[in-house]
Design a protein around this ligand. Structure first.
Ligand SMILES: [Zn+2]
Length: 414
């Protein structure tokens, strides 16, 4: 199929005016100016979608579709610990059927807003076999063992059984305050063995910082009250705790120092990094290129976290993506709205660079820099089209788009 449009936004150089893309099976096989493309691809059906910009389908690098049904259910709370109590109370009311409906509704909404790839964390991996995602999905089992830290291996291994039938999957030890050292270690072992991705929430809130660095605050009190061993608190910032543990595990160390090591390097996607101490930035210098970062601007605003250090992290070389997080802390699953929220806080970042955060950067974070996030031969035919009125402000127009996406191709299918 040859798809002809006013502008093809390849994410490789400037948009191509009067451009065309050839899709065959689930891949893009050619892209360029329409006259040349049609001359060298005769025999393909032509689909002219007119005054549109064709761009790579968007990539949501952090989401929890489990909680799509919690939109507008939890007003902001005074502390992060209070918010955890509130969402736990909501979750206690949900049945497996409610979760299935919530996840299904979330997939449909994400697709409607032009998302063609999603990194979705689920606390109920056992439901995965009952769901056929309409978009490319990385399923991450979100794992918490704070109430039962002695059975981390069993918890991880059961999740892996549910995840394995999925095309793309990974593991998500929830956060340092809810997942034990053993749980993180087991996830890293599996990641190395199966060559899968890992993700976790880190340095999200001021409460998390106070808990780990100062042994104080409402999260510290809450976690202590439910019986969490607190001996890992008072020993440094959350980032320091996380990176120190990774540094002593075989994975990152072997990748960095031991040239003979042939182990897979474990790929971490870190959500948040909102609360960083000055010493954390020195530590991050050592770990540049070692993990990817996901920022969720609207969820960040909901919690009123400290300002996200976008420029410092970018200058350190980190690959930064955008994610919507869940609808418990966001209004919808639109990455267009997420990009606009991001630019309200970072007006100096260009619309093009912002779009990279939900295309190219997402492809890199998911370990698919050669197949996801661009319009280029051999990439997946994951494409969306939105109205385009001219060639002068294509990226501005894309970021301003606030409608459902009317033309969408996922894995070569419209
Ligand atoms: Zn999250």
């Amino acid at each position: 199929m040859i798809i002809r449009v006013r502008a093809v936004v390849t994410m490789d150089g400037p948009p191509i005016e009067n451009g065309a893309v050839v899709a065959s099976g689930n891949r893009i096989i050619d892209v360029g100016k329409f006259p040349e493309i049609s001359a060298r691809n005769s025999g393909h059906t032509l689909v002219d979608i007119g005054e549109q910009a064709l761009l790579p389908g968007l990539i949501n690098a952090h989401c929890h579709l489990d909680y799509t049904c919690l939109r507008d259910q939890i007003p902001p709370r005074k502390s992060f610990a209070d918010w955890i109590r509130a969402i736990n109370a909501e979750k206690a009311r949900l049945s497996a059927q409610d979760y299935l409906a919530s996840i299904t509704e979330g997939f449909a909404e994400a697709k409607r807003f032009g998302t063609t790839t999603i990194a979705n964390l689920t606390a109920l991996p056992e439901l995965i076999p009952q769901i056929a995602p309409p978009i490319r999905t990385w399923w991450f089992a979100e794992l918490i063992d704070v109430r039962d830290p002695n059975h981390a291996n069993g918890l991880v291994d059961r999740a892996v059984e549910s995840l394995k039938p999925a095309a793309n999957w990974g593991l998500a030890p929830h956060a340092l305050f809810t997942a034990s050292t053993n749980l993180y270690r087991r996830c890293e072992e599996i990641a190395q063995r199966e060559n899968i991705l890992l993700t976790t929430h880190l340095a999200e809130s001021r409460d998390e910082m106070s808990m780990f660095r100062d042994r104080t605050g409402s999260l510290y009190d809450f976690m202590k009250s439910i019986g969490r061993p607190m001996d890992d608190c008072g020993q440094g910032t959350p980032l320091q705790r996380f990176l120190t543990a990774r540094d002593s595990s075989t994975t990152l160390r072997s990748a960095r120092n031991d040239k003979k090591a042939v182990r897979n390097e474990v790929g971490w996607i870190i959500a948040h990094l909102n609360e960083l101490a000055e010493s954390d930035f020195e530590l991050l210098e050592t770990f540049r290129d070692k993990f990817h970062v996901v920022h969720s601007p609207r969820s960040h605003d909901y919690f009123a976290h400290s300002a996200f250090a976008f420029e410092r992290l970018r200058n350190l070389g980190f690959n930064i993506c955008l994610g919507t997080d869940s609808l418990a802390t966001n209004q919808n699953l639109s990455l267009f709205a997420e990009m606009r929220a991001f630019r309200r806080g970072e007006p100096a970042v260009s619309p093009k660079e912002t779009l990279e955060m939900v295309t190219v950067n997402g492809g890199r974070a998911l370990g698919r820099p050669q197949t996801l996030g661009r319009i280029r031969a051999n990439y997946f035919a994951d494409l969306i089209a939105i109205p385009c009125s001219g060639m002068t402000n294509v990226f501005e127009e894309i970021l301003a788009f606030d409608q459902p996406v009317r033309w969408i191709m996922v894995d070569g299918k419209t």
